[in-house]
Design a protein around this ligand. Structure first.
Ligand code: PMT
Length: 396
């Protein structure tokens, strides 16, 4: 997958810089052309002579080459590269990347890069867990950088913990896998719903369900990786927004999710309705906390929520695809087919709560995808990230 690819290897000033040599060797062995860009601090840890010998190209570090005055164009480099990997990425360089502090050749190249950027953080465990580092990492993720998380292990400081740069083999594997991902959804606009909805009873209580959002967020991540522009309408979950072209719209209730989806759907090529939407909401929401002492026994009157998927089914125009999920506990197949027809879906993804490897909360799912034409695809239990790829392959 890396054969003939143009890779910028960015090296910053950390002890793990010695491992960059191995990354460079593996990339070259896989047939990639590699341009090393190193920060001034990086050169304290590894010499440009080693790096230029192995890459077959002069190492770039400064804006101008000493003696000749030749300008190293970060703009040209940014256009040349198919991918940029910054390994090791120190806390300081990550902070500069997150805030656009373009005071060295590596950061200006990062800011000019049109390609996918990967960063492999490497630092001491306390620096890694510091709120400012974590804030910068979240910003970079939102900016579309793929972070290759550091591993737990012995650190140069003698401490043990998270902060050790991932092994070169793993970093190159992530890069190769990314290169192998087809960009077959380029130009497509996809709406995805994820997570639960919360229907408020009073300012502190709600009716909800156990959806963690993992299935929907995995779908959003895989669609974005394959080039789609994604609108992720998310119920209340604690998950980070997937990297890439993902617009996240946070909602709380089914009514809010309904309004966001109805507004977005006309501009979409497809919608995947993965959220576990509450079918009912309390008829009234109390303005203040209901007090047991003064209220005593209460009866909640519930009214049906709008069926979002069914509504989009009525709006669907020629060429748009609508994919729903069915979460069932009994008569799974019959209920799924009924929902497929009733909601005018093109596909329904059936998962059963009777299967401990499927449904809410767990990292795996086992699905059957049924099309409106009656075709069925049965899959074994897999990680939700891989299930997402199966769903995309069959439905989009
Ligand atoms: O979030 P995770 O923990 O990873 O769990 C994933 C999941 C179990 C939530 C997911 O795989 C799943 O099954 N999502 C759909 C859950 C659900 O609400 O299913 P349902 O059979 O009740 O609804 C059928 C379809 O109609 C769904 O596409 C649902 O999004 C949609 N719906 C339901 C009710 C409603 N008022 N509006 C809707 O749009």
């Amino acid at each position: 997958m890396l054969q003939g690819k143009h890779i910028i290897l960015g090296i910053t000033g950390g002890i793990a810089a010695y491992k960059s040599v191995q990354i460079l060797r593996l990339l070259r062995k896989a047939g990639a052309e590699v341009q090393v860009v190193i920060t001034p601090a990086g050169k304290e840890f590894i010499t440009p002579v080693t790096l230029s010998s192995l890459s077959g190209k002069p190492v770039i570090s400064e804006f101008f080459t000493a003696n000749t005055g030749v300008w190293n164009s970060h703009v040209d480099l940014g256009l040349w590269a198919d991918a940029m990997v910054i390994a090791p990425a120190t806390a300081s360089s990550l902070a500069k990347m997150a805030n656009g502090v373009a005071d060295n050749m590596l950061i200006t190249t990062y800011l000019s890069a049109k390609c996918q950027v990967f960063a492999a953080p490497a630092m001491d465990l306390d620096m890694y867990s510091h709120p400012s580092t974590q804030r910068n990492l979240r910003t970079l993720e939102q900016d579309g950088v793929i972070l290759i998380e550091p591993a737990d292990g012995y650190l140069a400081s003698g401490l043990v913990g998270k902060g050790r740069m991932e092994e070169p083999e793993q970093i190159v594997k992530v890069l190769a896998e990314h290169m192998a991902t087809p960009r077959d959804l380029e130009g497509k606009k996809i709406l995805i719903t994820a997570g639960p909805t919360h229907e408020n009873i009073d300012p502190v209580r709600f009716i909800g369900n156990y959806s963690s959002g993992k299935m929907g967020y995995s779908l959003a991540a895989r669609c974005a990786e394959r080039g789609a522009e994604v609108w992720l309408v998310s119920g209340p979950v604690s998950r980070t927004t997937p990297a890439g072209n993902v617009h996240r719209i946070d909602v709380t209730s089914a009514r809010e999710m309904h309004d966001a989806c109805v507004e977005l759907f006309p501009g979409m090529d497809a919608a995947i309705m993965c959220a576990a939407v509450a079918d009912y909401a309390p008829a009234e929401c109390a303005d203040s906390k209901i007090k047991r002492e003064s209220t005593g026994e209460i009866t909640l009157r519930l009214v049906p929520n709008p069926d979002i998927a069914a509504k989009l089914g009525t709006m669907k125009r020629e060429g748009q695809k609508l994919i729903g999920f069915a979460l069932e506990t009994n008569n799974e197949h019959a209920h799924a087919i009924d929902k497929l027809r009733r909601k005018n879906l093109d596909f329904i993804v059936l998962n059963s709560l009777r299967n401990p490897k499927a449904g809410f909360g767990v990292d795996t799912n086992q699905v059957t995808i049924i099309s409106a034409d009656g075709e069925e695809h049965d899959f074994p239990a897999k990680d939700k990230n891989i299930v997402a790829t199966d769903i995309i392959d069959v439905t989009l």
